[in-house]
Ligand binder design. Structure first.
Ligand code: PEP
Ligand code: MG
Length: 590
Protein backbone atom coordinates (compact mmCIF):
# COMPACT_ATOMS: atom_id res chain seq x y z
CA UNK A 1 0.00 0.00 0.00
CA UNK A 2 1.37 3.48 -0.91
CA UNK A 3 2.18 5.72 1.98
CA UNK A 4 -0.51 8.28 1.27
CA UNK A 5 -3.16 5.55 1.22
CA UNK A 6 -2.62 4.85 4.91
CA UNK A 7 -5.51 5.58 7.19
CA UNK A 8 -6.27 9.24 7.81
CA UNK A 9 -5.46 10.39 11.34
CA UNK A 10 -6.61 13.58 13.03
CA UNK A 11 -4.38 15.13 15.68
CA UNK A 12 -4.79 18.32 17.61
CA UNK A 13 -2.48 20.98 18.91
CA UNK A 14 -2.44 24.66 19.80
CA UNK A 15 -3.08 26.97 16.82
CA UNK A 16 -0.05 29.27 17.02
CA UNK A 17 0.01 31.11 13.68
CA UNK A 18 -2.98 31.33 11.34
CA UNK A 19 -3.30 29.87 7.86
CA UNK A 20 -3.74 26.52 6.18
CA UNK A 21 -0.90 24.44 4.75
CA UNK A 22 -1.04 21.27 2.69
CA UNK A 23 2.10 19.36 1.74
CA UNK A 24 4.72 16.77 2.50
CA UNK A 25 6.43 16.29 5.84
CA UNK A 26 10.04 17.28 6.34
CA UNK A 27 11.00 15.82 9.68
CA UNK A 28 13.65 17.50 11.78
CA UNK A 29 14.98 15.16 14.42
CA UNK A 30 16.86 16.66 17.31
CA UNK A 31 20.08 14.75 17.81
CA UNK A 32 22.01 15.37 20.98
CA UNK A 33 25.41 16.59 19.72
CA UNK A 34 27.93 13.79 19.63
CA UNK A 35 30.67 14.95 21.94
CA UNK A 36 33.48 12.60 22.81
CA UNK A 37 35.64 13.40 25.82
CA UNK A 38 39.31 13.66 24.90
CA UNK A 39 41.96 13.83 27.61
CA UNK A 40 44.44 16.65 27.10
CA UNK A 41 48.14 16.66 27.72
CA UNK A 42 48.95 19.40 30.29
CA UNK A 43 50.79 21.31 27.58
CA UNK A 44 47.58 21.47 25.50
CA UNK A 45 45.57 23.29 28.19
CA UNK A 46 46.55 26.90 27.29
CA UNK A 47 45.64 26.30 23.67
CA UNK A 48 42.32 24.74 24.69
CA UNK A 49 41.50 27.81 26.76
CA UNK A 50 42.28 30.07 23.88
CA UNK A 51 40.14 27.93 21.55
CA UNK A 52 37.28 28.33 24.00
CA UNK A 53 37.70 32.10 24.14
CA UNK A 54 37.81 32.44 20.35
CA UNK A 55 34.70 30.25 19.90
CA UNK A 56 32.94 32.34 22.52
CA UNK A 57 33.66 35.55 20.60
CA UNK A 58 32.56 33.97 17.32
CA UNK A 59 29.34 32.67 18.85
CA UNK A 60 28.58 36.05 20.36
CA UNK A 61 29.08 37.73 16.99
CA UNK A 62 26.87 35.10 15.32
CA UNK A 63 24.07 35.61 17.84
CA UNK A 64 24.34 39.37 17.39
CA UNK A 65 23.94 38.86 13.66
CA UNK A 66 20.86 36.71 14.32
CA UNK A 67 19.48 39.39 16.64
CA UNK A 68 19.90 42.08 13.99
CA UNK A 69 18.40 39.86 11.31
CA UNK A 70 15.52 39.03 13.65
CA UNK A 71 14.86 42.73 14.26
CA UNK A 72 14.85 43.31 10.53
CA UNK A 73 12.70 40.43 9.36
CA UNK A 74 10.61 39.54 12.35
CA UNK A 75 10.47 42.48 14.78
CA UNK A 76 11.28 43.20 18.37
CA UNK A 77 9.64 40.21 20.04
CA UNK A 78 11.91 37.90 18.07
CA UNK A 79 14.95 40.14 18.55
CA UNK A 80 14.44 39.74 22.29
CA UNK A 81 14.80 35.96 22.01
CA UNK A 82 18.35 36.45 20.76
CA UNK A 83 19.00 39.11 23.38
CA UNK A 84 18.23 36.40 25.91
CA UNK A 85 20.82 34.20 24.18
CA UNK A 86 23.38 36.98 24.45
CA UNK A 87 22.62 37.26 28.14
CA UNK A 88 23.29 33.54 28.55
CA UNK A 89 26.61 34.06 26.84
CA UNK A 90 27.40 37.10 29.00
CA UNK A 91 27.56 34.96 32.15
CA UNK A 92 31.23 35.34 33.11
CA UNK A 93 30.85 33.17 36.20
CA UNK A 94 29.79 30.31 33.98
CA UNK A 95 32.73 30.85 31.62
CA UNK A 96 35.15 30.92 34.54
CA UNK A 97 33.70 27.60 35.66
CA UNK A 98 34.22 26.14 32.18
CA UNK A 99 37.81 27.44 32.05
CA UNK A 100 38.40 26.14 35.59
CA UNK A 101 37.16 22.70 34.56
CA UNK A 102 39.36 22.63 31.45
CA UNK A 103 42.38 23.42 33.67
CA UNK A 104 41.50 20.98 36.45
CA UNK A 105 39.96 18.07 34.54
CA UNK A 106 42.08 18.48 31.38
CA UNK A 107 39.39 17.48 28.92
CA UNK A 108 38.69 19.05 25.55
CA UNK A 109 36.61 22.24 25.53
CA UNK A 110 33.79 20.60 23.52
CA UNK A 111 33.23 18.03 26.23
CA UNK A 112 33.40 20.51 29.13
CA UNK A 113 31.04 22.92 27.33
CA UNK A 114 28.61 20.13 26.52
CA UNK A 115 28.64 18.84 30.05
CA UNK A 116 28.49 22.23 31.83
CA UNK A 117 25.52 23.39 29.74
CA UNK A 118 24.01 19.93 30.19
CA UNK A 119 23.98 20.31 33.96
CA UNK A 120 22.12 23.61 33.73
CA UNK A 121 19.69 22.21 31.18
CA UNK A 122 18.97 19.23 33.38
CA UNK A 123 18.20 21.35 36.44
CA UNK A 124 15.90 23.64 34.46
CA UNK A 125 14.17 20.79 32.64
CA UNK A 126 13.12 19.32 35.97
CA UNK A 127 10.95 22.39 36.60
CA UNK A 128 7.49 22.29 35.06
CA UNK A 129 6.22 25.12 32.93
CA UNK A 130 6.66 26.79 29.59
CA UNK A 131 9.05 29.48 30.81
CA UNK A 132 11.52 26.84 31.98
CA UNK A 133 11.05 24.74 28.87
CA UNK A 134 11.88 27.78 26.75
CA UNK A 135 14.87 28.54 28.91
CA UNK A 136 16.16 24.98 28.43
CA UNK A 137 15.61 25.30 24.67
CA UNK A 138 17.55 28.58 24.65
CA UNK A 139 20.44 26.97 26.52
CA UNK A 140 20.48 24.07 24.04
CA UNK A 141 20.49 26.49 21.14
CA UNK A 142 23.41 28.50 22.52
CA UNK A 143 25.29 25.30 23.34
CA UNK A 144 24.83 23.95 19.81
CA UNK A 145 26.17 27.17 18.28
CA UNK A 146 29.14 27.26 20.63
CA UNK A 147 29.96 23.62 19.90
CA UNK A 148 29.81 24.31 16.16
CA UNK A 149 32.33 27.12 16.49
CA UNK A 150 34.56 24.95 18.66
CA UNK A 151 34.52 22.31 15.95
CA UNK A 152 35.25 24.89 13.30
CA UNK A 153 31.91 24.22 11.58
CA UNK A 154 30.68 27.80 11.85
CA UNK A 155 27.05 28.74 11.84
CA UNK A 156 25.64 26.42 9.20
CA UNK A 157 22.19 25.20 10.05
CA UNK A 158 21.85 21.58 8.95
CA UNK A 159 18.59 19.84 8.17
CA UNK A 160 17.05 22.59 6.15
CA UNK A 161 14.79 21.55 3.32
CA UNK A 162 15.61 22.20 -0.30
CA UNK A 163 12.06 21.84 -1.60
CA UNK A 164 8.59 22.92 -0.46
CA UNK A 165 7.59 21.21 2.78
CA UNK A 166 5.77 21.26 6.08
CA UNK A 167 8.29 21.06 8.88
CA UNK A 168 7.57 18.63 11.69
CA UNK A 169 9.83 18.57 14.75
CA UNK A 170 9.77 17.90 18.44
CA UNK A 171 10.71 21.55 18.75
CA UNK A 172 12.62 24.09 16.68
CA UNK A 173 15.39 26.17 18.16
CA UNK A 174 15.07 29.93 17.65
CA UNK A 175 18.14 29.83 15.40
CA UNK A 176 16.58 27.11 13.23
CA UNK A 177 13.26 28.94 13.10
CA UNK A 178 14.86 32.29 12.22
CA UNK A 179 16.74 30.75 9.31
CA UNK A 180 13.73 29.09 7.73
CA UNK A 181 13.19 29.84 4.09
CA UNK A 182 9.64 31.15 3.95
CA UNK A 183 9.34 30.21 0.27
CA UNK A 184 10.00 26.53 1.07
CA UNK A 185 8.48 26.10 4.51
CA UNK A 186 4.70 26.31 4.19
CA UNK A 187 3.85 25.21 7.71
CA UNK A 188 5.31 24.13 11.03
CA UNK A 189 4.07 21.49 13.47
CA UNK A 190 5.84 20.79 16.76
CA UNK A 191 5.30 18.37 19.61
CA UNK A 192 5.92 20.86 22.38
CA UNK A 193 5.46 24.57 22.99
CA UNK A 194 2.59 26.92 23.73
CA UNK A 195 1.20 30.17 22.32
CA UNK A 196 4.07 32.22 23.69
CA UNK A 197 6.82 29.73 22.93
CA UNK A 198 9.65 31.03 20.82
CA UNK A 199 8.68 28.93 17.83
CA UNK A 200 5.16 30.37 17.99
CA UNK A 201 6.38 33.96 18.26
CA UNK A 202 8.74 33.47 15.34
CA UNK A 203 6.19 31.69 13.18
CA UNK A 204 3.65 34.47 13.67
CA UNK A 205 6.24 37.10 12.79
CA UNK A 206 7.28 35.19 9.69
CA UNK A 207 3.64 34.49 8.77
CA UNK A 208 4.02 30.70 8.58
CA UNK A 209 0.89 28.67 9.54
CA UNK A 210 1.88 26.81 12.71
CA UNK A 211 0.56 24.37 15.28
CA UNK A 212 2.51 23.69 18.48
CA UNK A 213 1.96 21.40 21.45
CA UNK A 214 0.64 18.41 19.50
CA UNK A 215 2.24 15.96 21.92
CA UNK A 216 3.89 13.38 19.68
CA UNK A 217 3.28 14.17 16.04
CA UNK A 218 7.00 13.98 15.22
CA UNK A 219 7.09 10.33 16.25
CA UNK A 220 4.06 9.48 14.09
CA UNK A 221 5.28 10.82 10.77
CA UNK A 222 8.00 10.05 8.26
CA UNK A 223 9.66 12.25 5.69
CA UNK A 224 7.43 12.62 2.68
CA UNK A 225 4.12 11.77 4.41
CA UNK A 226 1.17 13.87 3.25
CA UNK A 227 -0.12 16.22 5.90
CA UNK A 228 -2.52 19.13 6.33
CA UNK A 229 -2.39 21.71 9.08
CA UNK A 230 -5.00 24.26 10.00
CA UNK A 231 -3.27 27.01 11.97
CA UNK A 232 -6.66 28.63 12.64
CA UNK A 233 -8.11 25.66 14.51
CA UNK A 234 -5.10 23.58 15.63
CA UNK A 235 -6.13 20.55 13.59
CA UNK A 236 -3.54 18.31 11.91
CA UNK A 237 -4.61 15.71 9.35
CA UNK A 238 -2.07 13.01 8.69
CA UNK A 239 -2.43 10.86 5.52
CA UNK A 240 -5.47 12.87 4.40
CA UNK A 241 -8.09 11.26 2.19
CA UNK A 242 -8.95 12.74 -1.21
CA UNK A 243 -12.03 14.31 0.35
CA UNK A 244 -9.96 15.99 3.07
CA UNK A 245 -7.56 17.30 0.47
CA UNK A 246 -10.43 18.83 -1.46
CA UNK A 247 -12.04 20.28 1.67
CA UNK A 248 -8.82 21.90 2.89
CA UNK A 249 -7.81 23.09 -0.52
CA UNK A 250 -11.10 25.00 -0.60
CA UNK A 251 -10.51 26.29 2.93
CA UNK A 252 -7.03 27.43 1.97
CA UNK A 253 -8.49 29.30 -0.99
CA UNK A 254 -11.02 31.00 1.27
CA UNK A 255 -8.32 31.94 3.74
CA UNK A 256 -6.22 33.42 0.96
CA UNK A 257 -9.12 35.45 -0.35
CA UNK A 258 -9.86 36.60 3.20
CA UNK A 259 -6.27 37.80 3.41
CA UNK A 260 -6.82 39.63 0.16
CA UNK A 261 -9.92 41.25 1.68
CA UNK A 262 -7.78 42.37 4.61
CA UNK A 263 -5.13 43.65 2.23
CA UNK A 264 -7.77 45.67 0.38
CA UNK A 265 -8.93 47.16 3.68
CA UNK A 266 -5.57 48.75 4.39
CA UNK A 267 -6.43 52.09 2.93
CA UNK A 268 -10.00 52.05 4.31
CA UNK A 269 -10.91 53.73 7.61
CA UNK A 270 -11.87 51.66 10.66
CA UNK A 271 -15.48 52.76 10.78
CA UNK A 272 -18.56 50.90 11.96
CA UNK A 273 -21.48 50.28 9.61
CA UNK A 274 -23.32 53.20 11.24
CA UNK A 275 -20.40 55.58 10.91
CA UNK A 276 -18.51 55.58 14.22
CA UNK A 277 -14.84 55.99 13.46
CA UNK A 278 -12.29 54.16 15.61
CA UNK A 279 -8.58 54.95 15.43
CA UNK A 280 -6.40 51.87 14.90
CA UNK A 281 -2.86 52.60 15.97
CA UNK A 282 0.21 50.40 16.45
CA UNK A 283 2.45 49.56 19.41
CA UNK A 284 6.16 49.80 18.65
CA UNK A 285 9.49 49.36 20.37
CA UNK A 286 11.85 50.48 17.62
CA UNK A 287 11.40 53.48 15.31
CA UNK A 288 11.54 51.35 12.17
CA UNK A 289 8.52 49.36 13.36
CA UNK A 290 6.53 52.52 12.56
CA UNK A 291 6.81 51.47 8.91
CA UNK A 292 5.02 48.24 9.70
CA UNK A 293 2.22 50.20 11.43
CA UNK A 294 1.71 52.20 8.23
CA UNK A 295 1.97 49.20 5.93
CA UNK A 296 -0.73 47.43 7.95
CA UNK A 297 -3.02 50.44 7.64
CA UNK A 298 -2.47 51.93 11.10
CA UNK A 299 -2.96 55.68 11.46
CA UNK A 300 -0.79 56.40 14.49
CA UNK A 301 1.54 54.95 17.09
CA UNK A 302 -0.36 54.64 20.35
CA UNK A 303 2.53 53.28 22.38
CA UNK A 304 6.24 53.68 21.72
CA UNK A 305 7.84 51.59 24.49
CA UNK A 306 10.91 53.79 24.84
CA UNK A 307 12.58 51.63 27.50
CA UNK A 308 13.56 49.34 24.68
CA UNK A 309 16.46 51.76 24.12
CA UNK A 310 17.88 50.49 27.37
CA UNK A 311 17.37 46.83 26.90
CA UNK A 312 19.82 46.23 24.10
CA UNK A 313 22.71 48.18 25.59
CA UNK A 314 24.75 48.56 28.73
CA UNK A 315 24.90 52.35 28.80
CA UNK A 316 22.28 55.05 29.22
CA UNK A 317 21.24 56.63 25.90
CA UNK A 318 22.11 60.33 25.68
CA UNK A 319 19.59 63.09 24.96
CA UNK A 320 20.87 63.43 21.39
CA UNK A 321 20.68 59.69 20.70
CA UNK A 322 17.18 59.59 22.07
CA UNK A 323 16.17 62.62 20.06
CA UNK A 324 17.28 61.05 16.80
CA UNK A 325 15.35 57.86 17.60
CA UNK A 326 12.11 59.62 18.60
CA UNK A 327 12.46 62.00 15.69
CA UNK A 328 12.87 59.07 13.31
CA UNK A 329 9.60 57.51 14.48
CA UNK A 330 7.84 60.88 14.23
CA UNK A 331 9.24 61.42 10.74
CA UNK A 332 8.06 58.01 9.53
CA UNK A 333 4.57 58.55 10.93
CA UNK A 334 4.24 62.22 9.96
CA UNK A 335 1.49 63.60 10.04
CA UNK A 336 0.02 60.77 12.15
CA UNK A 337 0.49 60.93 15.92
CA UNK A 338 3.23 59.14 17.86
CA UNK A 339 2.70 58.61 21.58
CA UNK A 340 6.06 58.22 23.30
CA UNK A 341 5.84 56.58 26.69
CA UNK A 342 8.60 57.59 29.09
CA UNK A 343 10.81 54.76 30.33
CA UNK A 344 9.02 51.86 31.97
CA UNK A 345 12.05 50.31 33.64
CA UNK A 346 11.85 48.02 36.66
CA UNK A 347 9.18 45.35 37.11
CA UNK A 348 10.66 42.67 34.89
CA UNK A 349 12.79 45.08 32.84
CA UNK A 350 16.19 45.74 34.36
CA UNK A 351 19.13 47.70 33.16
CA UNK A 352 22.72 47.80 34.27
CA UNK A 353 22.74 51.62 34.35
CA UNK A 354 19.77 51.91 36.71
CA UNK A 355 20.35 50.84 40.23
CA UNK A 356 17.35 48.63 40.96
CA UNK A 357 17.94 46.57 44.06
CA UNK A 358 16.58 43.06 44.37
CA UNK A 359 12.97 43.44 45.40
CA UNK A 360 10.53 40.97 46.89
CA UNK A 361 7.74 42.35 44.67
CA UNK A 362 9.29 44.06 41.66
CA UNK A 363 5.90 44.63 40.03
CA UNK A 364 4.85 46.57 43.13
CA UNK A 365 8.20 48.24 43.47
CA UNK A 366 10.61 50.65 41.93
CA UNK A 367 9.21 50.80 38.43
CA UNK A 368 8.46 53.17 35.54
CA UNK A 369 7.51 56.71 36.62
CA UNK A 370 8.89 55.95 40.11
CA UNK A 371 12.33 55.37 38.60
CA UNK A 372 12.02 58.48 36.42
CA UNK A 373 10.97 60.70 39.32
CA UNK A 374 13.92 59.58 41.43
CA UNK A 375 16.37 59.96 38.53
CA UNK A 376 15.55 63.52 37.48
CA UNK A 377 18.70 63.83 35.35
CA UNK A 378 17.60 60.89 33.24
CA UNK A 379 13.95 61.93 33.20
CA UNK A 380 14.67 65.51 32.13
CA UNK A 381 17.03 64.31 29.40
CA UNK A 382 14.35 61.99 28.06
CA UNK A 383 11.68 64.69 28.19
CA UNK A 384 13.98 67.14 26.39
CA UNK A 385 14.57 64.53 23.67
CA UNK A 386 10.83 63.91 23.31
CA UNK A 387 10.11 67.64 23.30
CA UNK A 388 12.72 68.27 20.61
CA UNK A 389 11.09 65.57 18.46
CA UNK A 390 7.72 67.24 19.13
CA UNK A 391 8.83 70.18 16.98
CA UNK A 392 7.44 68.11 14.10
CA UNK A 393 4.00 68.63 15.60
CA UNK A 394 2.84 64.99 15.81
CA UNK A 395 4.44 63.81 19.07
CA UNK A 396 2.64 63.20 22.36
CA UNK A 397 4.14 62.21 25.69
CA UNK A 398 2.73 59.62 28.07
CA UNK A 399 3.63 58.73 31.65
CA UNK A 400 3.41 55.07 32.70
CA UNK A 401 2.45 53.58 36.04
CA UNK A 402 0.75 56.67 37.44
CA UNK A 403 -1.18 55.70 40.58
CA UNK A 404 -2.64 59.13 41.28
CA UNK A 405 -2.24 62.90 41.34
CA UNK A 406 1.14 63.05 43.04
CA UNK A 407 3.12 61.40 40.25
CA UNK A 408 1.17 63.24 37.58
CA UNK A 409 1.78 66.67 39.15
CA UNK A 410 5.45 65.95 39.74
CA UNK A 411 5.91 64.66 36.20
CA UNK A 412 4.20 67.72 34.75
CA UNK A 413 6.54 69.92 36.79
CA UNK A 414 9.60 68.10 35.41
CA UNK A 415 8.16 68.49 31.90
CA UNK A 416 7.94 72.25 32.50
CA UNK A 417 11.58 72.30 33.63
CA UNK A 418 12.59 70.44 30.48
CA UNK A 419 10.70 72.96 28.35
CA UNK A 420 12.49 75.86 30.08
CA UNK A 421 15.86 74.22 29.53
CA UNK A 422 15.11 73.91 25.82
CA UNK A 423 13.94 77.50 25.68
CA UNK A 424 17.22 78.62 27.18
CA UNK A 425 19.05 76.52 24.60
CA UNK A 426 16.75 78.00 21.94
CA UNK A 427 15.76 74.56 20.69
CA UNK A 428 12.44 74.16 18.90
CA UNK A 429 9.69 72.13 20.56
CA UNK A 430 5.91 71.93 20.86
CA UNK A 431 5.11 74.04 23.93
CA UNK A 432 1.62 72.51 23.97
CA UNK A 433 2.67 68.92 23.52
CA UNK A 434 -0.33 66.74 24.47
CA UNK A 435 0.35 64.95 27.76
CA UNK A 436 -1.35 61.70 28.71
CA UNK A 437 -1.08 58.94 31.25
CA UNK A 438 -1.43 55.21 31.13
CA UNK A 439 -4.34 53.87 33.10
CA UNK A 440 -2.80 50.64 34.28
CA UNK A 441 -3.12 50.82 38.05
CA UNK A 442 -6.65 50.41 39.43
CA UNK A 443 -6.32 53.54 41.61
CA UNK A 444 -5.78 55.62 38.47
CA UNK A 445 -8.90 54.13 36.84
CA UNK A 446 -10.93 54.91 39.96
CA UNK A 447 -9.59 58.49 39.96
CA UNK A 448 -9.87 58.90 36.19
CA UNK A 449 -12.56 61.61 36.42
CA UNK A 450 -10.21 63.81 38.46
CA UNK A 451 -7.02 62.91 36.60
CA UNK A 452 -8.81 63.86 33.40
CA UNK A 453 -8.66 67.50 34.51
CA UNK A 454 -4.89 67.39 34.16
CA UNK A 455 -4.26 65.51 30.95
CA UNK A 456 -5.10 65.41 27.27
CA UNK A 457 -5.49 61.65 26.92
CA UNK A 458 -5.64 58.30 28.67
CA UNK A 459 -4.32 55.03 27.33
CA UNK A 460 -5.51 51.95 29.16
CA UNK A 461 -2.71 49.45 29.74
CA UNK A 462 -4.72 46.31 30.25
CA UNK A 463 -1.65 44.08 30.60
CA UNK A 464 -0.90 45.70 33.92
CA UNK A 465 -4.43 46.80 34.80
CA UNK A 466 -5.50 43.16 34.78
CA UNK A 467 -2.58 41.99 36.89
CA UNK A 468 -3.12 44.67 39.53
CA UNK A 469 -6.91 44.31 39.58
CA UNK A 470 -6.98 40.55 40.03
CA UNK A 471 -3.66 40.38 41.94
CA UNK A 472 -2.08 37.99 39.45
CA UNK A 473 1.49 38.33 38.24
CA UNK A 474 1.22 38.65 34.46
CA UNK A 475 4.42 36.63 33.99
CA UNK A 476 3.78 33.81 36.45
CA UNK A 477 2.63 30.78 34.56
CA UNK A 478 1.56 28.99 37.72
CA UNK A 479 -1.30 31.43 38.23
CA UNK A 480 -2.03 32.11 34.55
CA UNK A 481 -5.59 30.81 34.97
CA UNK A 482 -6.28 33.68 37.38
CA UNK A 483 -5.09 36.29 34.90
CA UNK A 484 -8.60 36.89 33.58
CA UNK A 485 -8.59 39.44 30.80
CA UNK A 486 -12.39 39.65 30.69
CA UNK A 487 -12.87 39.83 34.45
CA UNK A 488 -15.96 41.97 35.07
CA UNK A 489 -13.96 44.14 37.49
CA UNK A 490 -11.45 44.94 34.73
CA UNK A 491 -14.26 45.80 32.34
CA UNK A 492 -15.84 48.08 34.92
CA UNK A 493 -12.55 49.92 35.40
CA UNK A 494 -12.28 50.31 31.63
CA UNK A 495 -15.83 51.64 31.49
CA UNK A 496 -15.17 54.11 34.33
CA UNK A 497 -12.14 55.42 32.49
CA UNK A 498 -14.01 55.84 29.22
CA UNK A 499 -16.88 57.68 30.92
CA UNK A 500 -14.45 59.97 32.77
CA UNK A 501 -12.76 60.74 29.45
CA UNK A 502 -16.08 61.49 27.76
CA UNK A 503 -17.11 63.88 30.54
CA UNK A 504 -13.89 65.87 30.25
CA UNK A 505 -13.27 65.68 26.52
CA UNK A 506 -10.23 63.51 27.12
CA UNK A 507 -9.26 61.06 24.36
CA UNK A 508 -9.34 57.46 25.64
CA UNK A 509 -7.53 54.58 23.98
CA UNK A 510 -6.22 51.19 24.93
CA UNK A 511 -2.69 49.91 24.34
CA UNK A 512 -2.69 46.60 26.23
CA UNK A 513 -2.96 43.25 24.45
CA UNK A 514 -6.73 43.22 24.87
CA UNK A 515 -6.87 45.95 22.21
CA UNK A 516 -5.67 43.41 19.63
CA UNK A 517 -7.98 40.56 20.64
CA UNK A 518 -10.81 40.03 18.14
CA UNK A 519 -13.19 38.81 20.85
CA UNK A 520 -12.71 42.08 22.75
CA UNK A 521 -13.19 44.41 19.78
CA UNK A 522 -17.01 44.76 19.84
CA UNK A 523 -16.89 45.04 23.62
CA UNK A 524 -14.30 47.83 23.64
CA UNK A 525 -16.03 49.72 20.84
CA UNK A 526 -19.37 49.23 22.61
CA UNK A 527 -17.94 50.59 25.84
CA UNK A 528 -17.04 53.77 23.97
CA UNK A 529 -13.33 53.35 23.25
CA UNK A 530 -12.22 55.63 20.39
CA UNK A 531 -8.75 54.28 19.77
CA UNK A 532 -7.17 50.83 19.89
CA UNK A 533 -3.39 50.55 19.74
CA UNK A 534 -2.15 47.05 18.97
CA UNK A 535 0.46 44.85 17.35
CA UNK A 536 0.45 46.04 13.77
CA UNK A 537 -0.09 42.60 12.22
CA UNK A 538 -3.54 42.44 13.87
CA UNK A 539 -4.71 45.83 12.54
CA UNK A 540 -6.38 44.51 9.33
CA UNK A 541 -8.33 41.80 11.17
CA UNK A 542 -9.57 44.17 13.86
CA UNK A 543 -10.49 46.66 11.16
CA UNK A 544 -12.54 43.99 9.38
CA UNK A 545 -14.49 43.32 12.57
CA UNK A 546 -15.14 47.02 13.19
CA UNK A 547 -16.29 47.56 9.61
CA UNK A 548 -18.71 44.60 9.86
CA UNK A 549 -20.64 45.79 12.93
CA UNK A 550 -22.75 48.75 13.93
CA UNK A 551 -21.90 50.83 16.98
CA UNK A 552 -25.43 50.14 18.23
CA UNK A 553 -24.79 46.37 18.05
CA UNK A 554 -21.48 46.80 19.88
CA UNK A 555 -23.21 48.81 22.61
CA UNK A 556 -25.85 46.11 22.99
CA UNK A 557 -23.18 43.42 23.30
CA UNK A 558 -21.23 45.49 25.82
CA UNK A 559 -24.37 46.12 27.91
CA UNK A 560 -25.11 42.41 27.97
CA UNK A 561 -21.54 41.44 28.80
CA UNK A 562 -21.41 43.97 31.62
CA UNK A 563 -24.29 42.15 33.32
CA UNK A 564 -22.38 38.85 33.43
CA UNK A 565 -20.56 37.57 36.48
CA UNK A 566 -17.46 35.84 35.24
CA UNK A 567 -14.66 36.28 32.74
CA UNK A 568 -15.43 32.92 31.13
CA UNK A 569 -19.12 33.76 30.62
CA UNK A 570 -18.17 37.03 28.96
CA UNK A 571 -15.54 35.42 26.76
CA UNK A 572 -17.90 32.63 25.70
CA UNK A 573 -20.57 35.19 24.91
CA UNK A 574 -18.20 37.30 22.80
CA UNK A 575 -16.90 34.24 20.96
CA UNK A 576 -20.46 33.14 20.27
CA UNK A 577 -21.42 36.57 18.90
CA UNK A 578 -18.37 36.72 16.65
CA UNK A 579 -18.88 33.18 15.40
CA UNK A 580 -22.47 34.02 14.50
CA UNK A 581 -21.34 36.95 12.39
CA UNK A 582 -18.10 35.63 10.99
CA UNK A 583 -18.87 31.93 10.63
CA UNK A 584 -17.79 32.01 7.00
CA UNK A 585 -14.60 33.94 7.70
CA UNK A 586 -11.44 32.34 9.01
CA UNK A 587 -11.03 34.97 11.70
CA UNK A 588 -8.56 33.91 14.31
CA UNK A 589 -10.46 34.06 17.58
CA UNK A 590 -8.49 34.62 20.78
C1 PEP B 1 0.12 47.53 29.58
O1 PEP B 1 0.46 47.42 30.76
O2 PEP B 1 -0.97 47.14 29.13
C2 PEP B 1 1.06 48.09 28.60
C3 PEP B 1 0.68 48.33 27.36
O3 PEP B 1 2.33 48.32 28.98
P1 PEP B 1 3.45 47.18 29.15
O4 PEP B 1 2.91 45.93 28.54
O5 PEP B 1 4.65 47.71 28.44
O6 PEP B 1 3.61 47.11 30.64
MG1 MG C 1 2.17 48.45 31.54
Amino acid sequence: MGRDERKEQILRGIPAAPGIAIGKVHLIVYDEPDVTPRKLAPSEVPQELSRYNIALDQTRAAIERSRDRALDVAGVAVGKIFDAHLLILADEIFHDQVRGRIIREQFNAEYIVYDSFGQMIEVISRTQGEVFRERAADLRDVRTRLLRYLRGEGDVIPDHPTHEVILVAEDLSPTQALNLDRSLVHGIITDIGGLTSHTAILARSLDIPTIVGTGDVSSRVRDGDSIILNGNSGKVILHPTKESFAEYDAKRQRFRSFQQVLEDLKSQPAVTLDGREIELWGNIELPREAESVLSHGGTGVGLFRSEFLFLTRETTPSEDEQFSIYDKAAEIMDPHPVVIRTFDLGGDKYHAGINIRDEKNPFLGYRAIRVSLSRRDLFRAQLRAILRASARGNVRVMFPFVSGFEELRESLAVLEEAKQELQQRKLAHDRNIPVGIMIEIPSAAVMADRLAEQCAFFSIGTNDLIQYTVATDRANEQVAAYYRSYHPAVLRLIEMTVRAGERHGVHVGICGELGGSPAATPLLVGLGMRELSLTSSMIPEIKKIIRSLTYEECKRMARKAMKMDTSQEILNYMHGELKKRFADLPIWFN
